[in-house]
Design a protein around this ligand. Sequence first.
Ligand code: BMA
Length: 331
Amino acid sequence: MNIIQRHSLNPVLSAKDVPYDASLVFNAGVAKWQGRYVMLFRNDYGQTEQSWREIHATGQWPHLSTNIGIATSADGVHWEVGPKPVFQMRDEEILRVYDPRLTIVEGRPILCFAMDTKHGLRGGVATTNDFEKFDILSLSVPDDRNMAMFPERIGGRYVRLERPMPVYSRGAGKEAFDIWLSESPDLRFWGESRLVLGAERVPFANSKIGPAAPPVKTPRGWLATFHAVRRSESDLYSWEGGWRKEYLAGLMLLDLEDPSKVIGMSREPLMAPETDYETRGFRGSVIFPGGMILEDDGEVKIYYGAADTVECLATAALSDLFSLVEPICRP
Ligand code: BMA
């Protein structure tokens, strides 16, 4: 049985839909807000498959830049892209912000994002009232990213999943990075950090894992996607060459009251790259979920970046997803 259905209109958003300079449109955050679906998407511009061939031939790097655009939709499938990017940061220290995840927390849009700086990778939290102006509430120390906010306070605190990158103490050249959680009284100060899922517990990963879409509340627990990397022995299709990381989507269930407790996890990948739009692109074989919406009728929409090139949609029935998440440590 196919639990996951890839949408027939995939990719649901790509560079050709964007009315300004755009090359790779992917890794979006999606939420429902004020009666519409809102998508914040990553746009890497200034590169093409051809320009990467030139890099290989000449060794000259093009000018690579990233901004974040907005698209809205009445049905979550057909998208209208705003006339200009809505979020970009770049200065002496900051190289770019990317990989937005959007959560409506008690009615307030909260954006989590990654930030490349000259002194490391930081995870950021911002808020907005209008999707035009974003106020940065917190930025982590390096190296931490893939933050995904829960949609409500738990035990009176805001909660986020995150993925630090302990290269000395844990990575040992393998990138064995794990999913963590932190709490905050105000979205600014983060603490009570604890491990949620170690990469070694994911049977289909042999490298790092990280949080994907912001978790969704269900009667049985918080349903959360994650990404998991399986390193391949040989090169995978990519524009840049030498790409060997396959990104799969995983699914877990977290305890409603203490979401650092994993109460279920699918032993098989929820999704593995298989279609052309997932296997061929800037970095082939990448599935990177960033948005998940539970509809009133029990349909779950999962939005994911495919091959670091386009944005796609897959759907599943909540009851089928429950059947995948076999209990692994229920008391
Ligand atoms: C990760 C991040 C993501 C990207 C993925 C696959 O490290 O950079 O933005 O989608 O790699 O390239």
